[in-house]
Design a protein around this ligand. Structure first.
Ligand code: GDP
Length: 364
């Protein structure tokens, strides 16, 4: 499944946020994931469509789409050069699909800042530099390794080394590979290296509970301005409050949020932003046994979307009966939508759209 890695300097609120994530995951009952790594939290993606379909269908079971967060430990100044738990951090982070960088945007004299002063832009620079240095080391290593193949006339190696040379100056300046203008072919050539700075970044500003409900302060504004230049996402949360919310049941949580003047928890906003950033899309199945949201890439061909349910469904795909979510609701369910002529029969070429309610026919 798709995963976001959580990074940040020490004492910025990563563990507090991660506690909220794992609690929220455990809270959402009936997940088939019981034994997972201690640094992985799996949470449901909030989706009111699932609730609305459940009201109509009244299934035995309801299942939301999920997203994974991985707590990436050991990222400190010098991590890329093997100080601290550097290697473990590299191992963990390269397998994630996007990065959430927690940035300290709260003052609190009781919580020591590693650099002695709350300064979000300096913190971001430190972290981003470490990430760039880790990639730089890998680029240099592979340029050297490919050199032999290039000399023996390997065409693929020639093309690959050209891309590596192209990203090198940016990394040397501490900039991300994603800031380099690469075409699709170039991106494909270096994909297998799993570079860190290719992944999309979301800055997660951790503010004080005193900043509720606007959650805006001078630090946050600095991060927003910085992120805008990078085209990166920003989410503001108060990790402390999130940890408290995560311990409440659904109704208590809603009450708590209303009390502090919020409509949605910060965690829910972070989850949605991550889902968006990863370029994900959702389709739904609505049977009496289960109403369920499934995660797919945007514009996913129908057989591949079916394979998310069961790998045999790709080969065995016959056709898909598709109804737009709004039509299911408007006509009170699949039967009503059918009578109103709202069911489309789609074949192998169909690109599944966000909110499609689908019944797959397969011979698997
Ligand atoms: P980590 O080192 O990045 O994992 O940071 P922690 O989650 O352990 O947090 C470091 C300290 O900051 C702890 O004492 C937290 O209680 C405190 N802290 C984290 N988030 C908040 C917050 O939103 N508000 C306040 N006031 N303190 C926080």
């Amino acid at each position: 499944s798709l995963a976001c890695g959580i990074v940040g300097l020490p004492n910025v609120g990563k563990s507090t946020l991660f506690n909220a994530i794992t609690r929220a995951g455990a809270e959402a009952a009936n997940y088939p994931f019981c034994t997972i790594e201690p640094n992985v939290g799996i949470v449901p993606v909030p989706d009111t469509r699932v609730e609305q379909l459940s009201i109509i269908v009244k299934p035995n079971k309801v299942q939301y789409a999920t997203i994974e967060f991985v707590d990436i430990a050991g990222l400190v100044r010098g991590a890329s050069s093997g100080e601290g738990r550097g290697n473990q951090f590299l191992e963990n982070i390269q397998h994630t699909d996007a990065i959430v960088q927690v940035v300290r945007c709260f003052d609190n004299d009781d919580v020591v800042h590693v650099d002695g002063k709350v300064d979000p832009l300096s913190d971001i620079e430190t972290i981003n530099l470490e990430l760039a240095l880790a990639d730089l080391e890998k680029v240099n290593r592979n340029i050297e390794r490919l050199g032999k193949k290039v000399r023996s006339g390997d065409k693929e190696a020639v093309k690959t080394i050209e891309v590596l040379q192209k990203v090198l100056p940016a990394l040397n300046e501490g900039q991300a590979i994603r800031s380099v203008d690469l075409n699709e072919e170039e991106k494909a050539l270096i994909k297998h290296y799993m570079f860190i700075t290719v992944k999309d970044m979301i800055y997660c500003c951790n503010v004080s509970e005193d900043d509720l409900p606007e959650m805006n302060n001078e630090y946050v504004q600095q991060v927003r301005d910085f992120a805008a230049k990078e085209n990166a996402g920003v989410v503001t949360i108060c990790a402390q409050i999130e940890q408290e919310i995560a311990q409440l049941d659904k109704e208590e949580a809603a009450e708590f949020l209303a009390d502090v003047g919020l409509e949605q928890s910060g965690l829910d906003r972070l989850i949605k932003k991550s889902y968006e950033t990863l370029g994900l899309s959702t389709y739904l199945t609505a049977g009496e046994i289960e109403v369920r949201a499934w995660t797919i890439p945007q514009d996913c061909p129908a057989p591949l979307a079916a394979a998310v349910i069961h790998s045999d469904f790709e080969k065995g795909f016959i056709r898909a009966e598709v109804i737009a979510f709004e039509d299911v609701i408007e006509h009170g369910g699949r039967q009503g939508a059918k009578e109103a002529g709202k069911v489309r029969v789609e074949g192998k070429e169909y690109l599944v759209q966000d909110g499609d309610v689908i019944l797959f026919l397969t011979n698997a």
